[in-house]
Write a protein that binds this ligand. Structure first.
Ligand SMILES: NC(=O)c1ccc[n+]([C@@H]2O[C@H](COP(=O)([O-])OP(=O)(O)OC[C@H]3O[C@@H](n4cnc5c(N)ncnc54)[C@H](OP(=O)(O)O)[C@@H]3O)[C@@H](O)[C@H]2O)c1
Length: 298
């Protein structure tokens, strides 16, 4: 049976379909990439965080990880953030990436607790790779912490970039001291629409020392989704966001000092939705102020 539609009926149907899925998820719009300040290398601006989601090296977790990585790569993503302390996450990633020959398509960032050669060797072996793209010192808490070993490992080709991380506001003074003295290639910090301390404390200094910025906890561990449960995205935000995830991520990407956001998920549909934040327009400064007011009024 052939269904005939007028042009107007077809346009109406296409519009209705578009409203049911993230507007920017699969469109042909150009992907948002950001230059890593230290090198100019461009990085897709949405990646994947792996805390909690790949904790157990079993078949079900490997299957989920494979689907999420497939969604990441298929939608133009490259960046995966993990850590030696995320239970089995490095093992699961290595088990999925190596046999599928995906290493060359990915930018792998991991973290060590200490500048410890044995810990680095273990991470490389678990990830089944001879080098990581970014090696970060996890949870910097002492202003005197040194990146000398990390710099040595970078010169030996064991990592391409080095960085530091923290999501503890009480340790931001230490993060600032290490950023200023050691000038790492990256700093990873907690930053979300409802948690904006990094705008005042870390982002200005990162720009000054030319460190790329990765934003941990971009949804505040799903706190933002809980805050808008049952609510529709406001009409004015539909100009740039097709879903709540894109609304939250595009707020962060609206700041040009942010190199990439790394939302955590073990759900391939969520991964695809998040990657949609690399497409279409970003909110301008006025729209970003409106987003803050919107979230503060919830
Ligand atoms: N000190 C540090 O260096 C540090 C500390 C904390 C975190 N991090 C990094 O930051 C990453 C992100 O933090 P996080 O994973 O804890 O928290 P998050 O990204 O703020 O939030 C993750 C939560 O959001 C949900 N979610 C993701 N995409 C969604 C979507 N499109 N729609 C609805 N729900 C969605 C996830 O559930 P689903 O799984 O169901 O999608 C999960 O519950 C970590 O994975 C880690 O790599 C670093």
């Amino acid at each position: 049976m052939t269904i005939r539609m007028t042009r107007r009926e077809f346009a109406g149907l296409a519009g209705a379909v578009a409203m049911t899925r993230p507007v920017f998820a699969q469109t042909g719009a150009q992907l948002l990439t950001r230059a890593i300040p230290a090198s100019g290398e461009r990085l897709p601006a949405v990646g994947l965080g792996t805390a909690q989601v790949f904790n157990t090296a079993d078949a079900a977790t490997r299957q989920k990880a494979a689907s999420v990585l497939q969604a990441l790569i298929a939608n133009g993503g490259r960046l995966i953030d993990t850590a030696s302390t995320y239970r089995d996450a490095e093992v699961v990633l290595g088990d999925v990436i190596a046999p599928a020959g995906l290493r060359g398509k990915l930018f792998i960032a991991t973290k060590l607790e200490e500048p410890d050669a044995a810990e680095l060797k273990r991470s490389l072996s678990r990830l089944k790779t001879s080098k990581v793209d970014l090696l970060q010192l996890h949870n910097v808490s002492d202003p005197q912490q040194s990146l000398a070993h990390f710099k040595e490992w970078k010169s030996q080709g064991l990592c391409r970039y080095i960085g530091i991380t923290s999501t503890f506001h009480g340790d931001f003074a230490a993060v600032e001291a290490v950023l200023k003295r050691e000038k790492p290639d990256f700093v990873q910090i907690d930053y979300s629409l409802d948690n904006r301390l990094a705008e005042k404390r870390i982002l200005p200094l990162a720009a000054e020392v030319k460190a790329g910025v990765l934003t941990a906890l971009p949804f505040g561990r799903a706190r933002l989704f809980r805050a808008v449960r049952g609510k529709e995205i406001p009409d004015w935000a539909r100009l740039f966001a097709g879903s709540w995830a894109q609304f939250f991520l595009k707020y962060l990407l609206g700041d040009p000092r942010v190199t990439a956001v790394i939302p955590g998920t073990n759900n391939p549909a969520h991964m695809t939705d998040n990657l949609g934040a690399m497409r279409g327009p970003l909110p301008d400064p006025d729209q970003r102020r409106k987003m803050v007011a919107f979230v503060e009024a919830l």
